[in-house]
Design a protein around this ligand. Structure first.
Ligand SMILES: C[S@@+](CC[C@H](N)C(=O)[O-])C[C@H]1O[C@@H](n2cnc3c(N)ncnc32)[C@H](O)[C@@H]1O
Length: 280
């Protein structure tokens, strides 16, 4: 992909996460507590440890980690989305937790010296830009102390009902504007890049040892209107939706909500991976 296209994708990524900050915090954070719990269990935090939460969003995992490491520990949550971070900081101020800080930073380029953390965690917060994935793994390894631990989770399957995409396909814009045509072209370029990343060995290639993986399922309740909001504020769907005429949008929303309603309780199938940096 051309450098200019990559820069475009990075900006788009921030915009998309900014658009989702409110619905994520209100509906998804409360729905995925069990997934966060499993992640925290895997990384086995101890009082006094220093923890990095990658793609912290509105800070939910960082707060769970801060409670584990206690007042003598430190937790840093990083994210590229200003709106997610704004919510995280507001919640930190309300919680009174002093050991947690939030910083705007890309996980593929971390602003800390080598061996600054005892643990790295990430709940659905890894970089999505395919060209950032390898540098991010290398950065997590670099900033861990020898013997430091990593635990991450990603979606194994798209949790949202395919029925939504069927409705969307019927409403797909037939004569797109130049902007939408360009977005379609760029999005398919990003998908092709992503296909080239060999997922399974990324952590080993970055130098991690004792890599363990598991696939686990969770029942997650997400109200239909929140699912619709998530789907319509994301990626190419957002661009397509924005080009529907207002009267068509209304019909589309009604149809899509009805298609989603039977799937408010979704099966969240998650990939977990834990690993260590070699050393003590
Ligand atoms: C699906 S949300 C997960 C938020 C949070 N971990 C949680 O469990 O509630 C993913 C977050 O990762 C952030 N993110 C994506 N790519 C990133 C990157 N390269 N560096 C830092 N944050 C990133 C997004 O901005 C978004 O806030």
């Amino acid at each position: 992909m051309k450098t200019a296209d990559k820069e475009w994708f990075k900006r788009l990524w921030v915009e998309m996460n900014d658009r989702q900050a409110a619905v994520w915090d209100r509906h998804i954070v409360p729905a995925i507590g069990a997934i966060r719990g499993r992640l925290i269990e895997l990384v086995d935090l101890k009082p006094g440890e220093r923890v990095l939460d990658v793609g912290t969003g509105t800070g939910a995992v960082a707060f769970d980690a801060a409670r584990k490491v206690g007042a003598d520990g430190r937790v840093a949550g990083i994210d590229t989305s200003p709106r997610m971070l704004k919510r995280a900081r507001e919640k930190a101020a309300k919680s009174g937790l002093k050991s947690v800080e939030f910083r705007k930073m890309n996980s593929s380029s971390l602003d800390w010296p080598d061996e600054s953390f005892d643990a790295v965690i990430s709940c659905l917060g890894q970089p999505e830009a395919p060209w950032d994935v390898r540098p991010a793994c290398a950065e997590w390894h670099r900033i861990l102390v020898p013997g430091g631990r990593l635990a991450i989770c990603t979606e194994a399957e798209d949790p949202f009902p395919a029925q939504f995409q069927e409705v969307f396909a019927r409403y797909k814009v037939r004569t797109p504007s130049r902007k939408l045509a360009e977005r379609r072209r760029l999005s398919s370029g990003v998908s092709r890049e992503a296909d080239r990343i060999p997922g399974a060995r990324l952590l080993e290639d970055a130098g991690f040892v004792d890599v363990r993986r598991s696939v686990e399922s969770f029942q997650v309740f997400i109200p239909a209107r929140a699912q619709l909001e998530l789907l319509l504020t994301w990626g190419l769907d957002y661009e397509e939706y924005s080009e529907l005429a207002p009267s068509v949008r209304h019909r589309f929303r009604t149809e899509a909500s009805e298609a989603i309603r039977p799937f408010e309780t979704v099966k969240g199938v998650m990939n977990f991976a834990s690993a260590c940096k070699a050393g003590n």
